[in-house]
Design a protein around this ligand. Structure first.
Ligand code: CA
Length: 228
């Protein structure tokens, strides 16, 4: 099978070198560009499956390039993960409506980034729409079925949505507020402790399969699904 192409747009040589190393035994082929102009050429020539885009680039900034790509019909399907140096930028990315699929704050570990790439590609590529497998849990969205070692786990609709969200967004902490936004939808008013209630139910169901530990409580922050 042909490896999926990931285009890294990054002006810092050290980061490109680190990624080159990290990608050696990965499922992806790494392409590199050091600025937006080069990136645009590579996109036309290589049709990458995903773009890792540095926010701070000389000349055209990463965010400007993202905007251009998303406005262009031939490129707007390519998922983008932004690489950002400062955490305050993440708020701007969150509020930024140009279709950024995810972001990673520097310094990041290559392992974390690879997990993020995998999760984004899984979300966007139709051939994988049917299923996700993570931490031994098989999630079949088209059949609304979750199983572990061929045994079906039955969940209520909210727990189902929660677990689906966690499995498509692994290794990252989400606050209760964010979970309400993403899983329940922003318009409804629900108290944050409702999240805890559903997490508890989800864990209870998961504990029968010895996988409740995959949902971690991060003190003072929220929850995380982690297989590491
Ligand atoms: Ca940079």
């Amino acid at each position: 099978m042909q490896k999926k192409k990931v285009l890294l747009v990054e002006d810092e040589l050290a980061i490109r070198e680190m990624m080159k190393f990290a990608f050696i035994n990965s499922d992806y082929q790494l392409l590199e560009a050091e600025d937006a102009e080069q990136a645009q050429l590579m996109i036309v020539q290589e049709h990458p499956n995903l773009i890792l885009l540095d926010w701070m680039l000389p000349g055209i900034s990463g965010i400007e390039l993202a905007k251009r790509l998303k406005e262009n019909d031939s490129n707007n399907e390519i998922p983008i993960i932004m690489l950002t140096a400062r955490s305050e930028e993440t708020d701007r990315i969150r509020g930024f409506d140009a279709g950024i699929d995810d972001y990673v704050i520097k310094p990041f570990s290559p392992k974390e980034l690879l997990a993020r790439i995998k999760a984004v590609l899984r979300r966007v590529s139709p051939e994988n729409e049917g299923g996700i497998e993570l931490g031994g849990i098989c999630f079949n969205n088209s059949h609304h079925r979750i199983s572990i070692k061929d045994k079906v786990m039955s969940l209520g609709p909210t727990e189902y949505k929660l677990l689906h969200f966690f499995m498509t967004h692994p290794e990252r902490v989400y606050t209760r507020e964010q979970l309400l936004d993403y899983v329940w939808g922003g318009d409804v008013y629900i108290e944050e402790r409702t999240v805890d209630v559903h997490i508890r139910r989800l864990r209870k169901a998961m504990s029968e399969f010895d996988v409740a530990h995959l949902i971690q409580t991060v003190r003072g922050s929220g929850y995380r699904f982690s297989v590491e």
